[in-house]
Design a protein around this ligand. Structure first.
Ligand SMILES: *Cc1c(COP(=O)(O)O)cnc(C)c1O
Length: 404
């Protein structure tokens, strides 16, 4: 059906621009966008076979579309996974995973530093009898200690948002497998261009396609990668009945984003590192969080897992005497940047800044926030593709806005 003539040892950069295509009779070189909700069937008997799953073939847009399939095949190839199923958002990929794998009485172990909405969604499943434990991102012994006989899933995200804490994927995979459980990794921050968790033993990969996979801040999308068997037998039935379907147009946008993923991640990581090093030397900056800095507590593990790169998200604390002053100073910086956008998203080619304590982590109490290390003076930077000197100049000007 597709990819018939490609050699099977292609580099990931080549896969990113070629793999997964199901070219139509017109021979288009750029991937086609199929905007259709239904598919005309050749005859009733074929339709019956397709609906029952006996025969391959598109039947209805909630659970199949050629543009969406191309995106799924390409992302699976980049992750080194057997299969992929896409969803309308990153959060609905998490929902699909939990709905597919867990039932009342099962238990999930998660990092305490996961994306806020992930923590909320996992916790909300207590209503349906799914128990959860939240442990330290970095302390492997806590993950081991949290495992119970009914543990079915370990779920981690690395590096974390916004403090860039790293977890040891291989160690967590061993803990999961010894317990007869699966390990899922949210690979949103590094993407397969830098980090391939399947090669380190992870069973499932969660993606927010909204971030680096699209890469230009245009659409909301998600995906779940895993074995052919899990995708076909466990997750596809969830998609069919629950309908968290990725729209063909959004699939096409994120599919084209994959073609430039690797060079964007390399270029944005280089800029992030240069900016992080520069920020460390600024007198108004108290601390910089970025895994490619040698001062990062897990620098070596991060560099081993992330192809020697830090990715493009970093954070820093502005220097201040107390939380009130820290908030005032952080707000002064955010209100003064001119080139950089004040925007709570990440993974765009435009550099974005945000204040985690009042946005992404605004629902936590001050005590919870302090425990998580998210102070009032913390600023997150999602570094884009601008010239790095322009970014430094913008931040220098903004840091100057802090009164002495
Ligand atoms: C944004 C994000 C998500 C959720 O993705 P959406 O596409 O916004 O639903 C999940 N995990 C991480 C790490 C994210 O940054």
């Amino acid at each position: 059906m597709s990819d018939k003539n490609y050699p099977d040892d292609l580099h990931i950069d080549t896969l990113a621009v070629h793999v997964g295509v199901d070219r139509s009779q017109y021979g288009e070189n750029s991937e086609a966008l199929y905007l259709t909700s239904g598919y005309v069937q050749p005859d009733a008997a074929t339709a019956a076979r397709r609906f029952s799953g006996e025969e391959e073939g598109y039947t209805y847009g909630r659970y199949g579309n050629p543009t969406v399939s191309t995106f799924e095949r390409r992302l699976a190839a980049l992750e080194g996974a057997q299969a992929c199923i896409s969803t309308s958002s990153g959060m609905s990929a998490v929902l699909m995973m939990i709905m597919g794998l867990l039932k009342a009485g099962d238990h999930i172990v998660c990092s305490r530093s996961m994306f806020g909405s992930t923590i909320k969604l996992v916790s909300d499943f207590a209503r349906y009898g799914v128990e959860s434990s939240f442990v330290s991102q970095t302390d492997v012994a806590q993950w081991q200690a949290a495992v119970r006989p009914n543990t079915k899933l370990l779920f981690a995200e690395t590096p974390t948002n916004p403090l860039t804490d790293v977890c040891d994927i291989r160690a967590l995979a061993d803990i999961a497998h010894n317990a007869g459980a699966l390990l899922a990794v949210d690979n949103c921050f590094c993407t397969p261009a830098l980090q391939r968790p399947v090669a380190l033993g992870a069973d499932l990969i969660i993606h927010s396609g909204t971030k680096y996979l699209d890469g230009q801040g245009r659409i909301v999308a998600g995906a779940l990668c895993g074995t052919q068997k899990l995708v076909k037998e466990v997750f596809m039935p969830v998609l069919r009945s629950a309908g968290m379907t990725l729209a063909p147009f959004n699939a096409w946008v994120v599919l084209k984003g994959l073609e430039t993923l690797s060079i964007r991640m390399q270029a944005q990581s280089l800029r992030a590192l240069e900016l992080a090093q520069w920020l460390q030397d600024q007198p108004r900056v108290a601390r910089v969080y970025y895994s490619a800095l040698s001062s990062h507590p897990q620098h070596e593990l991060a560099m081993a897992q992330q192809s020697g790169q830090g990715g493009a998200v970093l954070s820093f604390d502005v220097r201040a005497a107390d939380p009130d002053q820290a908030r005032t100073r952080a707000f002064a910086v955010l209100d003064t940047v001119r080139t950089i956008s004040l925007c709570t998203n990440l993974g765009d080619v435009k550099t974005l800044v945000s204040h985690p304590a009042s946005t992404s982590h605004g629902r936590l109490t001050e005590v919870q926030r302090q425990a998580a290390g998210i102070g009032q003076g913390l600023i997150r930077v999602s570094v884009g593709l601008e010239n790095v000197n322009d970014l430094k100049a913008d931040l220098a000007h903004a840091l100057d806005a802090i009164e002495k």
